[in-house]
Design a protein around this ligand. Structure first.
Ligand code: PLP
Length: 358
């Protein structure tokens, strides 16, 4: 059976080197300047990275328009999710409020800390949820709430408009902390999206912003992230995680710091993602496979065959697509690789259709 040959310039996918579009990683690779900085830093990595942390924190603070005391460095945003929840868990009287379909880490940690989970229903058509339902869950709860909102959401890649989020946060519901995870924020095109960093810069003190270098900066393997919040909130959450000089690596900090200054790389990272998205969505449209409007580096789309079968068909052509996201049984999350990779993936999909296997 014909396997499309990989486009020029792209290594031919194989069983040992498949196209990995299953983890929302950035296939471009790190900024060349960041790579050099990480390599250079190795010679100093016998030391703890104390001396680099204050300048890095300052750089991030300037980026978000806040004071350095509003910053907490974490090894990826995963650690920030856990610590933010741990810092506010008071047993089953505290609830985590989430949309039914969202990134699972919040629920995982909240359950481990004995919190109850309250889910706003997601539409079976497009997996959207109503902010009014989220608000009702908080208003009707007799106890504390942690609202975990991923924006753009994962696995749907859709955004919640800033006006809806900001109005709720600023209404200051009793005993409620908002944890807003903007891991994919830099990929967004829709002007209705806005980071909550503006609220924090204005002194709003009931919201934690989670950020990561794993996505637009293509640094998932170096584990650098941070959170932004009012200084007292940062101090409280810091009590639930090891000190940054114990968790961050010198190469990670150097790479992140240089990547932030590499405007050309960041523009290329965004532009390449836009191009890859257009290639995939064109194929999905041609094949009549519904998809949600993507504002991130992945697309959530329907599959004409059960997901396990779709995964297997793609795997036979050395393409690894996303895992199941129950209750979305007939939907697949496909991450965006390089444009070259996505042209190959689109061709695999078209071939499967012409063979009537899709
Ligand atoms: N938050 C969201 C919404 C994610 O999708 C991911 C990873 O895919 C993470 C956080 C964790 O990323 P990291 O720990 O690499 O920053």
């Amino acid at each position: 059976e014909a396997v499309p040959s990989a486009p020029a310039g792209m290594a031919t996918p194989s069983a040992t080197h498949p196209i990995g579009i299953n983890y929302n990683e950035n296939a471009l690779g790190m900024s060349p300047r960041a790579q050099l900085a990480a390599i250079d830093s190795i010679s100093g990595a016998n030391r703890y990275p104390f001396s680099r942390l204050a300048p890095f924190r300052q750089q991030l603070a300037d980026h978000h328009g806040v004071a350095p005391a509003s910053l907490l460095l974490t090894p990826g945003s995963s650690a920030g999710i856990r610590a933010s929840i741990a810092a506010h868990a008071r047993g089953s009287n505290t609830q985590l409020v989430i949309p039914e379909l969202t990134y699972g880490d919040g629920e995982h940690h909240a359950s481990n800390y004995g919190m109850s989970i309250a889910r706003a229903p997601s539409s079976r058509e497009d997996w959207s949820f109503e902010m009014a339902d989220m608000r009702a869950l908080v208003d009707n709860h007799d106890g504390a709430s942690v609202v975990y909102l991923v924006n753009p959401n994962n696995p749907t890649a859709t955004i919640t408009p800033a006006d809806e989020i900001e109005a709720w946060i600023e209404s200051r519901p009793d005993d409620t902390i908002f944890v807003v995870d903007e891991a994919y924020g830099e990929f967004v095109n829709d002007p209705a999206f806005r980071s909550v960093d503006g609220l924090i810069a204005r002194g709003v003190d009931n919201v934690i912003l989670l950020k990561t270098f794993s996505k637009i900066h293509a640094m998932a393997g170096l584990r650098v992230g941070y959170l932004v919040a009012a200084p007292p909130l940062v101090e409280h959450v810091a009590g639930f995680i090891e000190s940054d000089w114990m968790t961050l690596s010198w190469p990670g900090v150097e790479a992140a710091s240089h990547s932030m200054r590499d405007d050309a790389f960041l523009a290329r990272s965004k532009q390449s993602n836009d191009e890859s998205r257009a290639i995939l969505t064109r194929a999905l449209e041609e094949l009549g496979m519904d998809y949600l409007p993507s504002e991130a580096n992945f697309v959530f789309h329907r599959t004409p065959v059960p997901l396990a079968q779709y995964q297997q068909l793609m795997k036979e052509h050395f393409v690894m697509v996303g895992r199941p996201f129950p209750p979305a049984q007939e939907w697949c999350r496909t991450s965006l690789g390089t444009p070259e990779q996505m042209r190959y993936v689109a061709q695999v999909m078209r071939n499967l259709r012409s063979q009537q296997r899709l």
